[in-house]
Design a protein around this ligand. Sequence first.
Ligand code: UD1
Length: 421
Amino acid sequence: MDRLVIEGGNRLVGEVTVSGAKNAVLPLMAGALLTGEELTITNVPALRDIRTLSGLLTHLGVEVKAEGDRLCLRTPAVAEPVAPYEMVKTMRASILVLGPLLGRFKRAKVSLPGGCAIGARPVNLHIDGLRRMGATVEIEHGYIKAEAPTGLKGAKIYLEVPTVTGTENLMLAAVFASGETVIENAALEPEVAFLAHALNKMGAKISGAGTERLVIEGVDGLHAAEVEVIPDRVEAGTFMIASAMTVGNVLIKNCPMDHLEALVVKLREAGTVITTEGSGVRVVGKWPIRSVDLKTMAYPGFPTDMQAQMMAMMTIAGGLSVIRETVFENRFMHVGELRRMGANIAVDGRSAIIRGVSTLGGAPLMATDLRASASLVLAGLVAAGRTEVSRIYHLDRGYDGLEKKLIKLGAVIKRVHDKNE
Ligand code: UD1
């Protein structure tokens, strides 16, 4: 298992380029199940989650070729439309194969993902939507068993919560459903709109991308296409916070500024200077950092995937900050670790109250989930002395070479491989 050893105290200065968005690639890879022709995805980041899904797709019978940042996928047939527990348990997004398998092959058996570190994360809305489209869905021995022998039928689906992967799964399922499917209260995340555009490029008929009402007109087949992945807004946001916290001066290239409004507003409130420069965004940190309050919400609200990183920044702000997590019920796993560095944080239900301290102290830390890991690395960058973050396989799930990019900006970080663990 690898760990990162960080010597804190350096300002970040220079340029960094944002990679493609993990949460855009994963649903589109599942979309490759919908056609026997080749789907080429470019600007694909090198991430463990993408290798995990490639493994599952290969298991299902998809021909997967990876060359640099290009991923070519082709699904002539699927022997058994079954996603086994061993492959689903390591990554919840594996549930995204359910919709396309059912849509094209009329049956699917996918392991229930189960709980995860940040909350229960049910998939009831995915299942309800498929039932609305005429599928028979049963839960048997930990598996979701779905069948639609005569094909799915267009339906009107209202999502009680605008679930991201739920919207994507149902959109993927509806591509071949007869007639019209309407998804109301659809998730507005840019990755959902990206999927709609990509599927349209493959021959689907989806309108309303980026709005809360998606209309999918069933088609008979999809064809080959080449699609470039949008930049990762969470990675870009993490670099923004890294520059802000270290009183740095970083030009972030390939930065999806339009997708980062909620974060940009909060960073400016905290005193950070953010300006567009050509196709990039310059982020200049200012001292002292002003404390800000925030509440996570579905897009375009403040992203839950940026909450931990923003909390790391607030630990050294001048004053009191209240962060309320409304999306997931257990997403404060980083609090205990930040406290070990001297942060003053109290948790009351879904709110964290952070009193800024003048300095954090380096400490050995344990990463618990993907975004929590990023927050610990950020804290390590500003802490006095040495911070060691272990279990960084979480980080490798979603950040393409985070430490390499930070090192280029002047951070002192070493990846250590422990053979004996
Ligand atoms: C996706 C993102 C994840 C991000 C999250 C919220 C991917 C691969 N992952 O996760 O990085 O943190 O959106 O922005 O894109 N819910 C239900 N029933 C359901 C489905 C969801 O009640 O059937 C609830 C969840 O418990 C949660 C809320 O809806 O409280 C939002 O979850 P959801 O949007 O589904 O998150 P994911 O798609 O799993």
